[in-house]
Design a protein around this ligand. Structure first.
Ligand code: SF4
Length: 269
């Protein structure tokens, strides 16, 4: 039971982007061994990885490469979070694309350049962009001024949305005042179509997404979905925003007006 709690805490910390190391002084898992504040002066303390910690607790399982998918399914039958710590180059992404689990989201920092054949058929949850280009390494990137545009912009107000995002403001008003809103909802063209692309992708039961593009849990039912997170340690699960006192006051008023659950949580903290 205690190990299950440790595992859950460690999974949360890793999901939030923390790289966790655990102090180890040979404490084992017995109450008879000293706590850290009971150690003699000068006692040796080392730092171990979460994988090493769970292995010491007997909570790590190994499997043959050919058994990966069966092993994942078995693990998910008893665990909410499963961390596959197999090394790079062991085809985890390839196998993720072969999963039989129907509702799956492959979350990755570089969605546009996933070069795994088994994931090619998964839909793409495209993010808002002002045009895409191909860089010198053959990778698809957001175009900068002067780049050759290979894919037309899917939004004509990207900078306004970026600005709102950097301030932690919901950009919906930017869309609601956009003269292309109707076209953007129903079709694609140069400078619009983000909303249409997103709606189409979210119909699918399997899609690839950047973590920042994942839908708000208030708008999307995740209950039957499984998230397969690539390189979880590199995920930006938190972001820094800049806001002055007026912006915060306006936000509180706005949240209060909407009766948002976020506002109720903020009130209680
Ligand atoms: S409606 Fe479409 S084009 Fe207009 S701001 Fe929103 S995403 Fe951009």
């Amino acid at each position: 039971m205690v190990i299950r709690a440790y595992r859950s805490i460690l999974a949360d910390l890793q999901a939030w982007g923390y790289e966790v190391r655990i102090a180890w002084w040979g404490q084992g898992f017995s109450k008879d061994n000293p706590d850290i504040d009971e150690l003699a002066t000068g006692a040796e303390i080392t730092y171990i990885t979460t994988g090493e910690f769970l292995a010491l607790a007997g909570d790590v399982e190994t499997y043959a490469p050919s058994d990966r998918l069966q092993h994942w399914e078995h693990s998910f039958s008893t665990h909410k979070f499963v961390h596959d710590s197999s090394g790079t180059g062991t085809f985890k992404s390839h196998d993720a694309g072969r999963t039989d689990y129907e509702k799956s989201i492959y979350v990755t920092n570089d969605r546009r350049n996933v070069a795994v054949p088994t994931l090619e058929t998964w839909a793409d949850l495209e993010s808002r962009h002002g045009g895409l280009t191909i860089d010198g390494q053959g990778k698809t990137r957001r175009a900068k001024p002067g780049d050759t545009i290979m894919t037309a912009a899917n939004c004509s107000r990207v900078s306004a949305h970026n600005q709102a995002r950097s301030m932690g403001i919901d950009g919906e008003q930017i869309c609601l005042t956009c003269p292309l809103l109707n076209a953007c909802r129903n079709s694609q063209g140069d400078g619009y179509g983000f909303r249409f692309e997103r709606k189409e992708a979210l119909i699918h039961s399997r899609f690839k997404a950047h973590p920042a593009s994942l839908p708000d849990p208030e708008d999307f039912d995740y209950s039957e979905f499984r998230l397969i997170i690539d390189e979880v340690g590199t995920m930006p699960f938190t972001e820094q925003i800049t806001a002055d006192r007026d912006a915060i006051t306006n936000l509180i008023v706005d949240l209060g007006d909407r009766g948002s659950s976020t506002y109720r949580v903020a009130q209680t903290n």
